[in-house]
Design a protein around this ligand. Sequence first.
Ligand SMILES: [Ca+2]
Ligand SMILES: [Ca+2]
Length: 161
Amino acid sequence: MGNGTSRDGFHVNFTKKEEERLQRRFQKASGGAEKATIPYLLQYNEIKSPFAARAMQMFDQDGDGSLTLEQFKQAVDLLGNLTSQDQRAEYLFKYIDLDGSGTISLEELAHVLPGQDHPVGSQQLHEVVANLIAAFDLDGDGELSGSEFRAMLDASMSAPE
Ligand SMILES: [Ca+2]
Ligand SMILES: [Ca+2]
């Protein structure tokens, strides 16, 4: 891996104590391996919310459903910093809008959605994403604006996972 770069120049600030606690959690979740799967990590995360799962998926850069310690730390840091729903929505939007166009396209959304069973580029995934966009694309331009995205997020946050 050795992927030390993070988008947005996002950096991690933990006290020594927090850092050690996180490391212990990670060790438990990973059983000593280099990576730990997201469901295990979520068990040790006190911030239990649908957003926690999504945040972890965002840091799962290769989409294998597990995180390195470094990625886990970044996700936890993000969760600690984004406390309001507005901040979370804004962060997510910027994160997903890869080309900075101000709208989220099918490709951009497909890129961040893959979780366990949908490899990027699969037809199945594209259908899921196309349906998702269609459901919230109020102005019909085929992409999600900030407010359309927010509506989608609100809907997905309140839905039971
Ligand atoms: Ca875009
Ligand atoms: Ca739209």
